[in-house]
Design a protein around this ligand. Structure first.
Ligand code: HEC
Ligand code: HEC
Ligand code: HEC
Ligand code: HEC
Ligand code: HEC
Length: 264
């Protein structure tokens, strides 16, 4: 009997060793290992490529929107206000597709998974009552909404722009053309790694909805983003009151000038 048990134990041991070996050989990992893959967290996520994330997450690009909502609302018949901009094209697509694989996104932007995803700890990101102290936690949000604000904020203060009213009502006076002023004002712009600066200027010349789209036309927030105020040829020496607390360079994470010089 004793010998039989020993035999069984050895058999089991060698079997598990073999499974482990096989798993390592094929690169197979279980759910928990995948869920806690170091790539999800800092520092690895900062340099992760889309391909690395998509190895496991093809679903974020493949999944399609429902033809009909569970309540029976037909998707094609229910365009939201932000889908009525003249730049909106094609059938409804998911959030990830609209930012990564659809035409407008591919033309104007160059977003990566880690432009938005900066790593989040699923175990510790919620404030657990009655603790009211750890309010920095974003309650299981996987992305800091400040990122969204950069392109989905309100139109910046029209008074600062010298416009008589909001763009909706004053645009016509300026031929609905942002570049009437912005060909020369704040012309040093969009030098960040998630935007295609040149393509934006070309597209903006043809249609100012391209510009307005990211500066009020797809507004999700009541505030506008406090953009860095880069110096431009012709800038006045005096910094206006409203701009005193503004940075003069983009968020370091997004700058391209550094990388360009580093690659040289
Ligand atoms: C080895 C496979 C693997 C890789 C590589 C991977 N993930 Fe995941 N990820 C998972 C699994 C498994 C889950 C859990 C999914 C679930 O429970 O529905 C997950 C969950 C997530 C979630 C949801 C988190 C939450 O709190 O619920 C996000 C967001 C995410 N991954 C983004 C990324 C990004 C961005 C990358 C690349 C930097 C990445 N993942 C790389 C396997 C992976
Ligand atoms: C424009 C910003 C943005 C980009 C770019 C982006 N994501 Fe997301 N992602 C989000 C947001 C916002 C959510 C929802 C977060 C929440 O519910 O808190 C999300 C959710 C997810 C989830 C979990 C829910 C789901 O839809 O399955 C996964 C996994 C994920 N993203 C992976 C990726 C991968 C992989 C990439 C790159 C190919 C990517 N994301 C690019 C913003 C982004
Ligand atoms: C760099 C600019 C940029 C950032 C950052 C950004 N978006 Fe967008 N977003 C866009 C553009 C451009 C479109 C329009 C895409 C189109 O019309 O094809 C869009 C479209 C959308 C839509 C409409 C999708 C649809 O099918 O109509 C939603 C919702 C949205 N964004 C939410 C978010 C959220 C939430 C975040 C932050 C996690 C975010 N966006 C970050 C540029 C951005
Ligand atoms: C009448 C001229 C004029 C027109 C038209 C105009 N702008 Fe401006 N805009 C300005 C001026 C002036 C500033 C502030 C310059 C400074 O920093 O001193 C400004 C600032 C901005 C800023 C930065 C705001 C901030 O808080 O830092 C953005 C973004 C912007 N404009 C986008 C647009 C877009 C998009 C359009 C078209 C939909 C547009 N502007 C039309 C004159 C104009
Ligand atoms: C895809 C979204 C997108 C489009 C399209 C877009 N912008 Fe922007 N814009 C941004 C973002 C994001 C920033 C902030 C970048 C940074 O942090 O440096 C910005 C910054 C600016 C600024 C501040 C410049 C500064 O001092 O750094 C101005 C002015 C501006 N945009 C005007 C325009 C005009 C004019 C157009 C059309 C030709 C336009 N934008 C099109 C997203 C967009």
């Amino acid at each position: 009997m004793k010998r039989y048990c020993l035999f069984l134990t050895l058999l089991l041991l060698s079997m598990s060793a073999m499974t482990l070996w096989a798993a390592q050989k094929t690169g197979e990992i279980n759910y928990d290992q995948a869920r806690w893959d170091p790539l999800h967290f800092q520092p690895a996520i900062a340099t992760a490529t889309n391909e690395q994330c998509l190895n496991c997450h093809q679903e974020v690009l493949k999944r399609e929107v429902l033809v009909k909502s569970p309540a029976g609302v037909v998707a094609v018949n229910s365009l939201a206000w932000y889908q009525t901009l003249s730049t909106y094209e094609g059938p409804q697509k998911t959030f990830h597709q609209r930012h990564l694989t659809e035409n407008l996104a591919k033309k104007l932007m160059n977003m990566k998974c880690n432009t938005c995803h900066q790593g989040n700890d699923p175990r510790e990101q919620a404030v657990i009552p009655p603790d009211h102290e750890q309010t920095q936690y974003t309650l299981r949000k996987q992305v800091n909404p400040e990122i969204c604000l950069m392109c989905h904020g309100d139109f910046p203060d029209y008074k600062v722009m010298g416009l008589p009213s909001e763009w909706n009502t004053s645009g016509a006076i300026f031929q609905n053309n942002c570049l009437l002023c912005h060909a020369g004002i704040r012309s040093n712009r969009h030098q960040v790694n998630y935007l295609n600066a040149e393509a934006i200027e070309t597209a903006g010349k043809e249609n100012s909805d391209v510009c307005f789209g990211c500066h009020g036309g797809r507004q999700w927030y009541r505030i506008s983003y406090p953009y860095a105020r880069h110096s431009w040829p012709g800038i006045a020496k005096e910094v206006p009151e409203w701009a005193k607390d503004r940075p003069t360079e983009s968020n370091p994470r997004f700058r391209i000038t550094n990388q360009k010089t580093a690659n040289k």
